[in-house]
Ligand binder design. Structure first.
Ligand SMILES: [Zn+2]
Length: 141
């Protein structure tokens, strides 16, 4: 992957915000802020390149917005996420216990045994985030 200024800025963005699941527009705005502005097409191309390299995980939220989150690294395994159905922000959850991870591994192994390939686990919990569910309390705090 050619390390252009924008590519480095994109990598730095996800390093600084490892739990973020960003849309193209959010990434584009962040790159402008980082002093590495690129057009929409280039942002999409970079995101797809990162996703293709396994660095980012592409997902579509409940509002059908494509978001890119940092792919789980090594032992982290499949990272469950929580998505707020009101504001559509995503929160990465702790990977869960070893028991959950080993259960997932068994499921994946069973699928692989059945001949399925390119398996990706996507665990999403939907609901309302604390800010949307309790706006008054949030303001009072
Ligand atoms: Zn919310």
């Amino acid at each position: 992957m050619r390390a252009t200024r924008a590519t480095r800025a994109l990598a730095a963005l996800y390093e600084a915000r490892p739990d973020a699941a960003l849309s193209e527009a959010e990434v584009e705005a962040a790159l402008v802020e980082a002093g590495a502005p690129v057009n929409k097409v280039t942002v999409y191309r970079m995101l797809d390149r990162f996703a293709g390299a396994g660095l980012l995980h592409k997902q579509v939220d409940a509002a059908r917005v494509t978001r890119y989150a940092r792919a789980p690294q090594g032992e982290e395994g499949a990272a469950p996420r929580f998505e707020c159905d009101d504001c559509h922000r995503q929160f990465r959850l702790p990977s869960g216990s070893a028991k959950v991870q080993s259960a997932l591994k068994q499921v994946l192994q069973a699928l692989a045994t059945a001949g399925h390939e390119s398996l990706a686990v996507d665990i999403a919990v939907h609901g309302r985030c604390a800010e949307c569910a309790h706006p008054a309390e949030e303001a009072a705090a």
